[in-house]
Write a new protein. Structure first.
Length: 147
């Protein structure tokens, strides 16, 4: 089989179907249903997927937020997404800390923020300005502090 541009697009949009077609074309004598079952089994019940590589680099910054235990992670992450710039690509938990130096009704949650503009490379100054503006907004909205 010759792989062309359409196959590259299909590798992203329908990887299981592309793999099934490649195996079927190789002619191993298996039926399509058998090949699909093997592909699904190898994928562990998950549909394999991939995404095209980003054209512009990301800037990754961690943010440690001290907040009340009563603030659910989903609310914190949602507030970060809502208050961040349109080019805040991802918000992910890194660690949650309770212990020495933290009040009994508080927790420190460290978030990993990924900033990436879809049309150009960001400068560190742009990211810093957005990051500090985000911190100011969160402090006002949620009565949190930062470490």
């Amino acid at each position: 089989m010759t792989v062309n541009a359409a196959d590259h697009d299909r590798a992203v949009s329908d990887p299981s179907g592309l793999i099934t077609d490649l195996v079927m074309e190789a002619g191993h004598g298996l039926g399509r249903d058998q090949v699909q079952a093997v592909v699904a089994a190898v994928a562990g019940g998950r549909v394999p997927s991939c995404a095209p590589l980003a054209r512009y680099p990301a800037v990754v910054a961690d943010l440690t937020v001290r907040h009340k235990l009563s603030l659910p992670y989903a609310d914190l992450a949602g507030a970060v997404r809502g208050a961040g710039p349109s080019w805040l690509e991802d918000v992910a938990p890194v660690v949650r800390y309770r212990g020495e130096g933290v009040a009994a009704d508080e927790v420190k949650t460290t978030l990993r923020l990924v900033y990436r503009h879809p049309e150009r490379t960001l400068t560190q100054d742009e990211v810093n300005a957005a990051h500090f503006a985000l911190m100011d907004t969160l402090a006002r909205m949620l009565a949190v502090s930062f470490q």
